[in-house]
Design a protein around this ligand. Structure first.
Ligand SMILES: [Mg+2]
Length: 188
């Protein structure tokens, strides 16, 4: 099956990544658990708008914040195993223009077995059998435009249940769901 998988908030720990540099640069003590809302890039920082956040985050020790991110524990291994089981890993991610090459490098560096990499705003344009995303604005659009596909919400403090989307709490959940769909398709 084609598995459309997001990076930030799903495989890559964006919150931990930007906070680590923000604390270093501005002397704060933010912790990832402080982030409860999608707007925290502005809400928890001194930046007046998200453009200021992106400007700062575009050059942290010569790379964008995205290059520095750490994967969530077990996420890369889970995606590798899904790939080994014969599924196509289709990375679908939204990034600022300055982070495009860093994103390709990050995927390579961490051994994500991506068959395809799509960097775009309207993720539903990429047709997949199953989607896994954490974006509160992304999930309803996937459900709306891909009503016959399976849309999974990676449950995070900054998103809410979306009608038509399946809640996934971790990659064990996701693998079970994919296995079940795969067996159903094959009539196994
Ligand atoms: Mg995301």
């Amino acid at each position: 099956m084609r598995l459309g998988i997001d990076l930030d908030g799903v495989i890559a720990n964006f919150t931990h990544g930007w906070m680590r540099f923000y604390n270093r640069d501005f002397g704060t003590e933010l912790r990832p658990e402080d982030s409860q809302d999608w707007g925290d890039l502005v809400g928890l920082t001194h930046f007046r708008h998200v453009g200021e956040f992106w400007k700062w985050s575009s050059d942290l020790d010569g790379r964008s914040v995205f290059w520095h991110l750490e994967p969530f524990p077990g996420a890369v291994e889970a995606v590798q195993e899904l790939g080994e089981e014969g599924h196509d890993i289709v990375v679908i991610t939204t990034k600022p223009h300055f982070a495009v090459s860093d994103t390709h490098e990050w995927i390579e560096k961490h051994g994500i077995p991506a068959e395809e990499i799509h960097i775009l705003e309207d993720k539903w344009e990429v047709d997949c059998d199953v989607y896994l995303d954490d974006g509160p604005h992304i999930l309803p659009a996937l459900v709306e435009h891909r009503p016959h596909r399976t849309v999974c919400r990676y449950v995070r403090p900054w998103n809410r249940a979306v009608e038509g989307a399946v809640d996934i709490h971790d990659f064990d959940d996701f693998r079970k769901l994919v296995d079940g769909l795969d067996r159903g398709r094959a009539g196994k």
